[in-house]
Ligand binder design. Structure first.
Ligand code: UDP
Length: 334
């Protein structure tokens, strides 16, 4: 099949003349989902045209990185491209195109712009966005070959994400302090007051790393004793109370042989227990229980095996290909 994959087009904050690529230079969950899915589709022998991410690496003969990212440019390319399927990750920056099937993956917590043909990242995500039970749920794919596990584990816990209240960075710091552990806090920080509060309340337990990408990101994911994903039911970035849609970091940590400690926010109770443990909301952690939680986590080999069994990028790509074929055969849901 000829598949047009529409990434969410975002300019690189550090240099607005460039775009965030697939995979991303730093922070970027949607771009990692697109990267792993594209790899899976290429491994299955499909031809992929990537839009919305000019400058992305294009080292595979089946992959074309189209130099279009503004919505009008992407639409105009699609009008003449003769693809079988348009697969949109941008929540409607491009719409359905005459002559091709249209499928989207929703990544936000809002109602999607195009509900017809929309795939959700978890059961909780589908319910949160008000979609019916017939809408497909496909979890986030991960290509295990991109994640290393051979790094010896080090004595630190990792937070990897946007340092924002809904992502539970403060709660992660409180958990680490209660467990008597060191927390490496990696990610972009756009709320200086929030970061200042974390450092004031739990600075003894926290080491601020900043945004990471490339080899440093992989090394931290592999070397951490556990990843903390303590997302909280507080105001989210797109309005409403935050409900974790798919949590890219969970499958990345598991692929790196790193277990996850998570709250029960959004998709996390669906995906975290096989690769880690759940804890409560807020900052009130009992030191004995926090230590016991860390000691009871599954082994690196077990969590990597679970990641492969649940989220392998080729198997997830196969599930999308089935959906592409159903849409081309006339299937429709909203
Ligand atoms: N990330 C990164 N560097 C950072 C912080 C985060 O590469 O400094 C990546 C992380 O590995 C993940 C993504 O950004 O792939 C965040 O996606 P996630 O779904 O976990 O969070 P959200 O998109 O909801 O912020």
């Amino acid at each position: 099949m000829r598949i047009a994959m529409v990434n969410v087009p975002l300019r690189l904050p550090a240099d607005e003349s460039k775009w965030i690529t697939v995979p991303p230079q730093g922070y970027g969950g949607i771009q990692w989902v697109v990267a792993h899915l594209v790899s899976g589709l290429l491994e299955l022998g499909h031809e992929v045209f990537l839009l919305g991410a000019p400058g992305s690496p294009d080292g595979h003969p089946g992959l074309t990185v189209v130099p279009a990212a503004e919505p009008a440019d992407m639409r105009s390319w699609l009008r003449t491209a003769r693809v079988d399927i348009v697969h949109d990750h941008s929540d409607g920056k491009v719409g359905p195109v005459a002559g091709a099937g249209f499928v989207s993956t929703h990544h936000l917590t809002t109602r999607p712009v195009h509900r017809t043909g929309c795939v959700y990242l978890s059961q909780a995500h589908r319910a949160h966005c008000g979609a019916g039970g017939q809408a497909p749920v496909i979890p986030i794919p991960v290509d295990l070959a991109r994640y290393r596990t051979e790094v010896p584990k080090e004595d630190f816990l990792l937070f990897l994400g946007r340092i924002s209240p809904h992502k539970g960075a403060l709660e992660a710091a409180a958990f680490a302090q209660a467990a008597g552990a060191r927390l490496l806090l990696a990610g972009p920080s756009w709320e200086p007051d929030y970061l200042a509060r974390i450092m004031a309340d739990h600075g003894d337990a926290v080491e601020l790393v900043g945004e990471v990408g490339g080899a440093e990101r992989s090394r931290l994911l592999a070397a951490a004793r556990a990843l903390l994903v303590l997302s909280q039911p507080t105001a989210g970035p797109w309005g409403g109370i935050w409900s974790e849609p798919g949590a890219t970091v969970v499958s990345e940590a598991a692929a790196s042989g790193t277990p996850v400690v998570a709250t029960a926010n959004g998709c996390l109770p669906e995906i975290a227990p096989p690769v880690g443990a759940l804890v409560g909301y807020g900052t009130g952690f009992d030191p004995r229980k926090a230590k016991a939680c860390l000691e009871g986590l599954p082994s690196p080999a077990r969590v990597r095996a679970e990641a492969g069994a649940r989220w392998d990028h080729v198997r997830i790509a196969e599930r999308y290909v089935r959906i592409y074929r159903e849409v081309l055969a006339g299937a429709s849901w909203a």
